[in-house]
Design a protein around this ligand. Structure first.
Ligand SMILES: NC(=O)c1ccc[n+]([C@@H]2O[C@H](COP(=O)([O-])OP(=O)(O)OC[C@H]3O[C@@H](n4cnc5c(N)ncnc54)[C@H](OP(=O)(O)O)[C@@H]3O)[C@@H](O)[C@H]2O)c1
Length: 350
C-alpha cells in the first residue's frame, strides 16, 4: 500500500482507533473526523456494546461537538478480530489504550504488520521504539527499521503529556547549553483519563503527587533530546479540566538573556517541515505575566497544538518561564496524529 500515492490521488488512508471512548480517544475521534489524509474507519474500546454506535456509547467530554461521522461508526470490543482491519484496508492504528493493555496489544499488532501510533507509556523505554515529537527529533523515526519496517510493522510512541510541553520549550534553548532544569507541573484532571479521579478527591483540592510522572519526565526528556542534564520535576494535580501548566527554571552553561531566549522561541521552526497537524509556529511566546492560562488551551491553530509560553524572567543566572500544553491534544492524540503524518511524509512510498 503506497500511502503517499493515496494522498497524492486525494484518497484518504483508512485508520483504526483503539480506546476510542476514553479522554484521548475522544480527541482522536474529533481530530480524525476532519483530517485531510486519514479516514476514521474502525473503533474499539473495552466493553462489548453489542454493535452500538459511538455517539450512543461515548460520554463526550470535549468542549467541541462530537463529529457526526464518528458518532455513526459502530464500536467493537477488544480483543478484536484483527483480520477485520485488514479486510478494511487498514494498516495505520492509533492507540489510546491504558498502558497495561497496550503492553499486550501493541506488540501483537506490530507482529501482524500494522503501523501503530501509541499514546501509552508501555513501550516508550524500549530502545527500538522512538518517542517522537516531529519538530524536535524526527530523525528518531529511523528506528522503525529496527522493528522490521518496511517488511513488517512498528510502534511509534508520543511522549507523556507534561514531557511534550517541556521538551518543545527546551528544544530551541539547547544552543545555549542546558546545565540543569527544575520544573513544577500543575496538571489537569483530564490527564488522569475518564472517569479518572473521584470528585471528592480533587474538588477544592490539590494533589501533590502523580504516580510515576516525575520518573517519566526524566527518562523521556533524556531519550528525546539525547542529553543527560539533571532534571528536577515535581508533578501536581489541580482541579482544572484541560491543560497542563508548568513553571520552569533553567541554568545554562553560557550567559543568556531573556531576549536571547525569546528570540530562540520566536524563530523556532519544525524540523519535520509542514504537516497538516503541526502549527507553523510550535511555540507561542507572550510577554505578559498573566499568560499562559489553562482556559486558553483549546486556542491556536491547529486548535490545541501550539505550546504557549509566558512569565519569562532572569534571576541569579537562571532563566524562568511558564508554559501551557494541551495535554489531550498536543500531549496525546494530536501528537500521535502528527507522528503518523511525519511517517507518511517520509516513508509513505516504501
Ligand atoms: N489523558 C491524557 O491527558 C493523556 C496524555 C498522554 C497520554 N495518555 C495515555 O493515553 C492512554 C489513554 O488515556 P486516557 O486518558 O484516554 O484513558 P481513559 O480515559 O481511561 O480511556 C481508556 C480507553 O481504553 C479503553 N480500555 C480500558 N481498558 C481496556 C481493556 N482492558 N481493553 C480494551 N480497551 C480498554 C477504554 O474503554 P471503555 O471506555 O470501554 O472502558 C477507553 O476507551 C493511556 O495510556 C494514557 O496514559 C493520556
Amino acid at each position: 500500500m503506497n500511502l503517499k500515492r493515496k494522498i497524492a490521488n486525494e484518497e484518504k488512508i483508512n485508520v483504526a482507533l483503539l480506546g476510542a471512548t476514553g479522554m484521548v480517544g475522544q480527541v482522536f475521534a474529533w481530530m480524525l473526523s476532519r483530517h485531510p489524509w486519514f479516514r476514521l474507519s474502525y473503533l474499539a474500546a473495552s466493553n462489548d456494546m453489542g454493535g452500538m454506535n459511538y455517539g450512543k456509547a461515548v460520554n463526550w467530554h470535549l468542549p467541541v461537538p462530537l463529529p457526526r461521522r464518528a458518532a455513526e461508526l459502530s464500536i467493537d470490543p477488544l480483543p478484536a478480530d484483527w483480520g477485520l482491519l485488514e479486510e478494511r484496508d487498514i494498516r495505520v492504528v492509533f492507540s489510546a489504550l491504558p498502558a497495561e493493555k497496550a503492553a499486550d496489544v501493541e506488540p501483537e499488532l506490530r507482529e501482524r504488520g500494522f503501523f501503530v501510533f501509541s499514546n501509552a507509556g508501555a513501550l516508550r523505554t524500549r530502545t527500538e521504539v522512538p518517542v517522537l515529537i516531529p519538530e524536535v527529533n524526527v530523525g528518531s523515526l529511523e528506528l522503525i527499521r529496527d522493528q522490521g519496517f518496511p517488511a513488517g510493522g512498528f510502534v511509534v510512541c508520543n511522549a507523556n503529556c507534561s514531557t511534550t510541553g517541556l521538551v518543545l520549550a527546551l528544544s530551541p534553548l539547547r544552543r545555549f547549553g542546558i546545565r540543569e532544569v527544575t520544573v513544577s507541573t500543575y496538571q489537569s484532571i483530564s490527564g488522569a483519563g475518564y472517569p479518572g479521579l473521584s470528585a471528592l478527591d480533587i474538588m477544592n483540592n490539590v494533589i501533590p503527587h502523580i504516580g510515576n510522572e516525575e520518573e517519566k519526565m526524566i527518562v523521556e526528556t533524556r531519550k528525546i533530546l539525547g542529553e543527560a542534564f539533571p532534571l528536577f520535576p515535581r508533578c501536581v494535580r489541580v482541579p482544572v479540566m484541560f491543560g497542563h501548566l508548568e513553571t520552569v527554571w533553567v541554568e545554562f552553561t553560557q550567559a543568556v538573556s531573556t531576549g536571547d531566549v525569546a528570540a530562540a522561541w520566536n524563530t523556532f521552526e519544525s524540523g519535520a517541515g509542514a504537516l497538516p497537524s503541526l502549527p507553523a509556529r510550535p511555540l507561542l511566546y507572550e510577554a505578559n505575566v498573566a499568560c499562559p492560562q489553562p482556559r486558553h488551551c483549546f486556542a491556536g491553530y491547529p486548535q490545541g497544538m501550539p505550546v504557549w509560553i509566558g512569565g519569562l524572567q532572569a534571576r541569579e543566572g537562571r532563566i524562568g518561564f511558564v508554559l501551557l500544553v494541551n495535554n489531550v491534544i498536543r500531549g496525546a492524540a494530536g501528537g500521535s496524529i502528527a507522528n503518523a503524518e511525519a511517517f507518511v511524509s517520509i516513508y509513505g512510498d516504501e
